[in-house]
Design a protein around this ligand. Structure first.
Ligand SMILES: Cc1cc2nc3c(=O)[nH]c(=O)nc-3n(C[C@H](O)[C@H](O)[C@H](O)COP(=O)(O)O)c2cc1C
Length: 232
């Protein structure tokens, strides 16, 4: 493979990937999920500690998670994630959150004051977007309280969504699925020595699902980067 071919193959996956929130019902073969996780596990990690572990859920256990999440969401049970979270975003972070929500709602034809449709959308997230499978990312509890392990989990999660995209699969990393972590822990049988960090809905993208076409904006590189000590 030439340098240009390598760049083109890599960039087309990374630049082309989008979060997928509508799926075909077709199952994802276990061997393919294994292959994707194996590639993602080439991610770097602090001191090569590889703190991540994965519970891949489908079928009835996933349906029980969907039902448990939905029930708690409708009952307004406060969220119970297993790690510190910030207060609601403000300022520029809130603006970006609103921007992507507006893009998704516009694509789905959800009006700002249409409460039933908005609730439907929220519940869809709590159902893992009806994806045929979900990868729950956990890390070893021995490292709990260390900010590096969640960072390492982010690296491997990014690897999963890109490896999946390269194979024609879609994903959405989502907090909604693990906001009620006790539900996930129970139905996925996650051991106490694991901390639940995030989950990733995965499946074959439904090309006709409008939100799947949404391309999220990125802030300009100039806004994010400072170069120090360069001559040019
Ligand atoms: C840690 C994390 C949590 C997320 N949680 C949710 C979620 O709960 N629901 C959702 O629809 N998308 C969720 N997302 C997806 C983001 O909204 C999405 O990655 C972002 O808007 C950029 O869009 P893109 O992935 O299409 O590039 C999450 C992403 C990350 C990394």
């Amino acid at each position: 493979m030439t340098r240009d071919e390598k760049i083109s193959a890599y960039d087309s996956v990374v630049r082309g990937r989008r979060s997928i929130r509508g799926y075909k019902p077709d199952p994802v073969p276990r061997a393919l999920l294994c292959e994707i996780i194996a590639v993602a596990m080439r991610a770097p990690s602090s001191l090569n500690s590889q703190p991540w572990n994965f519970t891949v859920v489908t079928g009835e256990p996933l349906d029980r998670i969907r039902a448990g999440n939905t029930e708690r969401c409708l009952a307004n049970v406060p969220e119970s994630r297993e790690f510190r979270t910030s207060e609601a975003y403000t300022g520029i972070h809130r603006e970006r959150q609103v921007e992507i929500a507006k893009q998704l709602f516009a694509a789905m034809g959800i009006e700002r004051d249409d409460k039933p449709k908005r609730l439907d959308w929220v519940l869809r997230g709590f159902r893992q977007f009806d994806a045929p499978a979900c990868i729950i990312v956990t890390y070893d509890r021995a490292l709990f309280g260390d900010d590096v392990a969640p960072f390492d989990c982010g690296a491997v999660a990014s690897g999963i969504v890109n490896a999946a995209w390269a194979r024609g699969l879609g994903c959405v990393i989502n907090s909604q699925g693990i906001m009620q972590s006790p539900v996930v822990r129970k139905h996925a049988g996650i051991a106490e020595d694991q901390v639940i960090q995030t989950c990733i809905a995965i499946g074959w993208p439904d090309e006709d699902f409008p939100a799947n076409a949404v391309v999220s904006r990125r802030k300009p590189v100039d806004e994010a980067v400072r170069f120090v000590g360069f001559e040019d």
